[in-house]
Design a protein around this ligand. Structure first.
Ligand SMILES: NC(=O)c1ccc[n+]([C@@H]2O[C@H](COP(=O)([O-])OP(=O)(O)OC[C@H]3O[C@@H](n4cnc5c(N)ncnc54)[C@H](OP(=O)(O)O)[C@@H]3O)[C@@H](O)[C@H]2O)c1
Length: 271
């Protein structure tokens, strides 16, 4: 039996931190082939070879501002910024490609606009593609459900000084997991930082706090504070490889699937 043809992937934001990691891992993966690399018009990296930009040898894929021609079954992998991501996923839907979206910082309206494209193509959007955080989301939900509101929940996150959105998409996802475990809605319970004479902490609040500095790739802790005891669930990303490997695994998995909104849990549970 001949091996399956590699899945073509188009990497948006190919000169960025995640984009470079994605290109370098994808080129080493025989199940995938990089068939396109995108940056915005005017970006200084346009025209450069995506493999060289990622720190390796030439790949024969120049970084371009336009979507390449590629057949249905191709998968867009997008780690850029909310506006461009929405444009790219719309274009991918018109081309019949799948899409794996790692970008964070969307408004509710933008999230809805992207997710609705899952009616037309296979789409996976996750604020964190690592195996560890995918499992942590389930664990946080379970712990929150078992402890209830007698334990106070605070979620803290730390990221490098160049991160643009705050709090992180992962912190929000953890907040939603805790809220789901308690049977409440995050937006009705969340407090994003505190300042001034804020008074005593009401029961049921879900605090979300963001620290920024240096080159921290991404740390998240869900604190459950009880009386005389506490639980802290922490995930620390030591390299962007954990996110990129998850995104590439998702791309290989999603290619050729029916339209729908898939999750990293779907990808992991298929392993
Ligand atoms: N889901 C996950 O597991 C995960 C993990 C890590 C990061 N992220 C998220 O992924 C996103 C990117 O993170 P990063 O650290 O890689 O940021 P980054 O280094 O700033 O990379 C983003 C890249 O996208 C480019 N870009 C901007 N507009 C574009 C457009 N219209 N077309 C094509 N490319 C465009 C940027 O170019 P310029 O430099 O010119 O702006 C940059 O090269 C963020 O939202 C981040 O929170 C998610």
């Amino acid at each position: 039996m001949s091996p399956a043809a590699p899945v073509g992937v188009v990497i948006a934001g190919a000169a960025g931190r995640m984009g470079r990691m994605l290109v370098s891992l994808a080129r080493a993966n025989p199940a995938l082939r990089v068939v396109g690399a995108l940056e915005a018009a005017g970006h200084p990296g346009l025209g450069a070879d995506a493999g060289r930009t990622a720190g390796g040898g030439d790949l024969g894929v120049p970084i371009a501002a336009e979507m390449p021609e590629a057949p249905a079954g191709t998968v867009l992998i997008d780690f850029t910024a909310p506006g461009p991501t929405l444009d790219h996923v719309r274009a991918a839907a018109d081309l019949g490609w799948g899409a794996v979206v790692g970008t964070t910082g969307f408004t509710r309206e933008e999230e809805h606009a992207i997710d609705s494209l899952g009616d037309r193509i296979p789409l996976l959007r996750a604020a964190n593609m690592s195996v560890g955080v995918t499992v942590l989301l389930d664990v946080a939900r379970e712990v929150a459900a078992r402890l209830g509101e007698s334990f106070d929940v605070e979620i803290s996150e730390i990221h490098h000084r160049l991160k643009k959105d705050s709090p992180s998409g992962t912190a929000l996802a953890l907040g939603r997991a805790v809220a789901a475990g308690r049977g409440v809605v995050l937006e009705e319970r969340a407090v994003y930082g505190r300042e001034g004479l804020v008074g005593e902490r009401p029961a049921g609040e879900i605090g979300v706090l963001a620290l920024r500095g240096g080159d921290v790739i991404g740390d998240h802790t869900v604190h459950f504070f009880g009386t005389g005891e506490r639980i802290e669930l922490t995930h620390r990303a030591q390299s962007r490889e954990a996110f990129a490997a998850g995104a590439l695994r998702a791309a290989a998995w999603i290619s050729g699937r029916p339209p729908g909104r898939y999750s990293m849990r779907d990808v992991l549970s298929a392993a």
